[in-house]
Design a protein around this ligand. Structure first.
Ligand code: NAP
Length: 299
């Protein structure tokens, strides 16, 4: 297999490329950043996929996305162009060359208004996005499944941290800048190390379960407050420096889902290895040089 990853430089794309050398099923891999392949350029997408398909048995992971949630609210059309229209370009080009495609999506496709005790969202639950970001990602999911029904997987994930801008990196930075922090304790989800998600996506492409929608996040669940405290603890800092607050007290341009827990049952039923528990992943990421800016050991 030859793996083509879009969105090179992003968290997930970076970790995918890091893991490929250890997976013999992938003979080669190439990652295109926005400078080499802007996925909103339909002609460029067709040209690159045709060229890459000539070089091997091509599989594609679309790790390119507009991930700025607040920015999407202000510029929904621009976010739609990347998350929906461009994903359709990729799916159409994959259909032309016969390549399978993984589209990575998000908990934001759901309303996120379930009570803290759940139940966790399954792939069969009806999406009901409440944000521009969620709407554009859902439109991308639907385009991909429609254009490539027999060879595509939509994999929804949540609360991703890795080699980029993310919550764990931010908490690490703030730990050095402030004596105490207040963090919301009324939004629940499952932190997901991008390295674990990358491993899961590679396994998916190796095993090729039935096409459709799957959920993949770190195991277990917590709140942002819980994740902040755990990050401090991993750093050897006093977790009491992190204090809880409510979403109502925390001004945000875009409403965040209160409940983002995604069920991994369909993932496991498809024969795929559940991602490690979020606490295990947080400890692993701390030990892995350069995995998360500031948080992990220096490279
Ligand atoms: N991060 C999360 O918490 C989270 C949660 C749920 C789901 N997801 C999904 O997981 C996937 C991977 O997320 P991530 O955290 O790795 O995102 P990321 O770090 O923001 O990476 C996305 C990459 O896509 C690139 N990109 C943007 N527009 C592009 C275009 N038109 N053509 C080509 N590349 C483009 C970005 O480049 P620039 O940086 O130059 O814009 C960036 O390098 C995304 O589909 C995202 O929606 C993420």
């Amino acid at each position: 297999m030859r793996l083509l990853v879009t969105g090179a430089g992003g968290q997930l794309a970076t970790d995918l490329m890091l893991l490929v050398p250890g997976r013999p099923a992938f003979g080669s891999a190439v990652a295109y950043g926005i400078d080499q392949l802007d996925i909103t350029d339909a002609a460029a997408v067709r040209t690159v996929l045709a060229r890459e398909a000539d070089r091997g048995d091509l599989v594609v992971v679309n790790a390119a996305a507009w991930t700025d949630v607040d920015g999407a609210e202000a510029k929904e059309e621009a976010a739609y162009a990347v998350n929906a229209t461009a994903s359709a370009h990729l799916a159409a080009a994959c259909a032309e060359v016969g390549a399978p495609l993984v589209y990575v999506s998000t908990d934001y496709v759901f309303a996120g208004d379930r009570p803290p005790e759940g139940p966790a969202y399954t792939p069969d639950d009806e999406p009901d996005p409440r944000t521009a970001y969620g709407r554009t990602k859902l439109a991308g999911e639907r385009a991909v499944r429609e254009l490539l029904p027999d060879r595509s997987w939509v994999v929804r994930t949540a609360w991703v941290y890795g080699p980029g801008r993310n919550f764990v990196a931010t908490m690490t930075r703030l730990a050095g800048e402030r004596e105490t922090l207040t963090v919301v304790d009324d939004q629940r989800g499952s932190p997901t190390w991008s390295r674990d998600l990358a491993a899961g996506l590679l396994e998916l492409l190796e095993k090729r379960p039935a096409p459709g929608v799957l959920h993949a996040t770190g195991g277990g669940e917590t709140t942002w407050y819980g994740l902040a405290r755990a990050t401090f603890a991993e750093l050897g800092l006093d977790a009491e420096r992190v204090q809880p607050t409510s979403s109502a007290a925390y001004a945000s341009a875009t409403p965040r889902p209160a409940y983002s827990v995604l069920s991994g049952a369909a993932w496991a039923a498809a024969g795929l290895t559940p991602l490690p528990h979020w606490t295990v992943a947080l400890a692993n990421a701390r030990r892995e040089p350069g995995a998360v800016p500031g948080y992990s050991r220096a490279v």
